[in-house]
Ligand binder design. Structure first.
Ligand code: 4AD
Ligand code: MG
Length: 432
């Protein structure tokens, strides 16, 4: 008997196949039982007709409970009205396990705390599998984008002795005889070293921030894709970000359009994403916010609500550039014409999804970099290797980091970032 994945059943019309999976739901109308099966690749309706199977098979089907593991043998039929265009007429059912307990996730209105407590089981629902597949396609497109353009993948370390962003939200650990070490907030500093060796590099991995903010955009552990390019200036950097985001949106629409629609995403908004993106300066952003009634002045941070207000002015992601240097990280290159601002940009997603990219040109002058490290209260000694990059053939260079869960939340249209990662780590949750 041929084993077939549910996603491939369209190629097996009028054939007898075996499906190895689980029972998601069951509905019965006396002489017919409808089994809604899943196997990871997809979902399909299987029909058990009392009149066409042995009584024992009908009884077995009747005894099934939600999330029973089973192997179903049946005939694949084309059925226009069914999702995926097929259904299965059951001939036999082999049971691996019928759970003794009722599956906890069994109604449409569980509280979010209950769902998160049961995240390991919640993952089995159709919506969650579709979100995970959207994330998968997004990450695939990210890797593809760089690989097709001659970038080299450089995996940056998780443990580090040199703080990459700011001292405010690091996870500190005791690292043997070395003393204090930190979980990476970013791989950027290491990517800068790699860019001096390889020219164009990228990474993709987990990063950690002890953020006290409990918002729908913040995770404690999140995945970041970063890119770093030698000889790139501020404008080259923005162009690369626009190309990346456009590529990822386009490929995800192409490959995961069905999943996007199934989780309720209005894809017409995404179809409009094309380069170039609108660009405004921090100065202009402040003026815009004041005009909209926000109590904000030059030098203030642009928070979540402000980001949403700015992004709502545009159809596409908006690039906000040249922030005051005091608000940004120590390594950012000053604007030569206005040293009080830096050559950085934040890309804000439309529809209130916030900052998806943080970027800048890097300081390549050793003396200025030392001055900034001290000014930001960081330990210069721990940056000896980073300063070496400025001693041996230093060049202008730029790069950025894109938050994977932010991009997933935006593209999939999720209300909260916790759904964008398989097992979210938030302020109050590390279990399961
Ligand atoms: O803007 P950030 O802090 O930039 C950096 O870490 C740079 N070192 C990157 C670089 O230039 N190589 O973070 C980059 C992105 C943000 O734009 C946001 O999308 C995401 O990472 N991000 C978070 N996502 C989820 N939860 C959090 N707590 C996040 N903090 C940042
Ligand atoms: Mg940022």
């Amino acid at each position: 008997m041929k084993v077939a994945e549910i996603s491939s059943l369209g190629k097996h019309i009028n054939e007898h196949v075996q499906i190895r999976g689980w029972l998601r739901r069951k509905r019965s109308s006396g002489k017919i039982q409808f089994l809604f099966l899943r196997d990871g690749s997809g979902f399909v309706q299987a029909i058990v007709e009392k009149s066409s199977v042995p009584e024992s098979v009908f009884q077995v089907a009747a005894s099934l409970k939600m999330e029973s593991s089973l192997i179903v043998t049946g005939l694949v039929k084309a059925e226009e009205r069914a999702p995926g265009g097929v259904e299965v007429l059951v001939e036999d059912v082999e049971i691996l396990q019928i759970p003794e307990k009722d599956f906890p996730i069994n109604k449409p209105d569980h509280s979010i705390d209950f769902l998160m407590d049961n995240r390991h089981l919640w993952l089995r629902t159709q919506r969650q599998t579709h979100v995970l597949k959207i994330r998968h396609e997004i990450i695939r497109a990210v890797r593809e984008f760089y690989n097709d353009r001659g970038f080299v993948l450089v995996d940056t370390p998780i443990f580090t002795g040199s703080i990459g962003e700011s001292a405010g939200n690091t996870f500190e650990i005791d690292y043997f005889d070395y003393g204090k070490a930190y979980l990476a907030q970013t791989g950027q500093l290491y990517l800068e070293a790699a860019a001096m060796a390889l020219g164009k590099v990228y990474n993709l991995g987990p990063t950690f921030r002890a953020e006290k903010s409990k918002t729908r955009r913040h995770l404690i552990e999140f995945w970041m894709n970063e890119a770093e390019v030698a000889y790139y200036g501020h404008d080259d950097n923005i162009k690369l970000q626009e190309d990346l985001v456009t590529y990822v949106v386009k490929k995800t629409l192409e490959r995961a359009g069905e999943y996007l629609r199934s989780v309720g995403r209005d894809t017409s908004r995404l179809e409009k994403i094309e380069t170039p993106f609108p660009r405004i300066t921090y100065d202009e952003a402040i003026k815009l916010l004041v005009k909209k009634g926000f109590d904000i002045k030059w030098g203030d941070d642009i928070g979540g609500d402000e980001e949403t207000a700015i992004a709502n002015e545009f159809e596409k992601p908006v690039v906000v550039e040249r922030y005051p240097r005091m608000m940004k990280a120590f390594y950012m290159q000053p604007d030569p014409e206005r040293p009080e601002v830096v050559l950085c940009d934040d890309m804000l997603a439309p529809e209130g999804y916030g900052e998806i990219i943080g970027a800048s040109e890097r300081i390549h002058d050793r003396d200025l970099l030392v001055e900034r490290i001290q000014e930001y209260g960081l330990d210069v000694e721990s940056y000896d290797w980073y300063l070496d990059l400025r001693d041996y053939g230093t060049v202008p260079h730029s790069g950025f980091g894109m938050g994977i869960e932010r991009i997933v939340a935006w593209i999939a249209g999720l209300e909260h970032i916790r759904e964008a990662i398989p097992f979210a780590r938030t302020l109050y949750r590390i279990h399961p």
